[in-house]
Design a protein around this ligand. Structure first.
Ligand code: CMP
Length: 145
């Protein structure tokens, strides 16, 4: 009963990709798919459509379209919860007090610049995996360019 989740390394932590991938592998996930690329502002808005209208969404989508990201499909028993535990609380400052070993504690700054993303439930995992890895998605991108 392996589960799949969508993990992203955000632009602020892209330079730490090697360390983050090492932590993922050490934690017993299989990385079954991986794409690297830049999202346009419109693509970032599409990815975060669930947050449309929230006060932080413009800052969030500016940030997420500001540099390269790494999207991965992670496979493990209980992968959704397991990955969210490894990344820690949304706010990196809170992560540093509550989960100092977490990836957001180590590589993020605050609640906007927080290093990593993880799907929060099976339905959003399926949707977000489709966004990055569904047939024909983001054509011509994610080519390490
Ligand atoms: P993420 O796991 O990618 O999911 C939604 C993102 O919105 C979250 O990480 C943060 O980067 C951002 N976010 C959530 N809440 C806030 C907030 N109150 N202020 C600023 N950014 C937020």
């Amino acid at each position: 009963q392996s589960e799949r989740t969508l993990a992203m390394i955000k632009p602020d932590a892209f330079r730490h990709m090697g360390k983050i991938i090492n932590a993922i592998c050490q934690s017993g996930f299989l990385i079954s798919k991986l794409r690297v690329g830049r999202l346009s502002k419109a693509e970032a808005e599409d990815f975060y459509a669930v947050h449309r209208g929230k006060p932080f969404v413009n800052t969030l989508t500016d940030f997420m379209s500001s540099g390269r990201v790494c999207a991965m499909e992670l496979v493990a028993p209980g992968a959704i919860r397991k990955w969210r535990e490894l990344i820690g609380p949304t706010d990196s400052n809170q992560a540093r007090s509550e989960a100092p070993q977490s990836l957001r504690a180590q590589f993020g700054t605050d609640k906007t610049y927080n290093a990593c993303h993880g799907s929060d439930a099976p339905d959003t995992a399926a949707e977000e995996l489709g966004f990055w890895f569904g047939p024909g998605r983001l054509p011509g991108k994610c080519d390490l360019g």
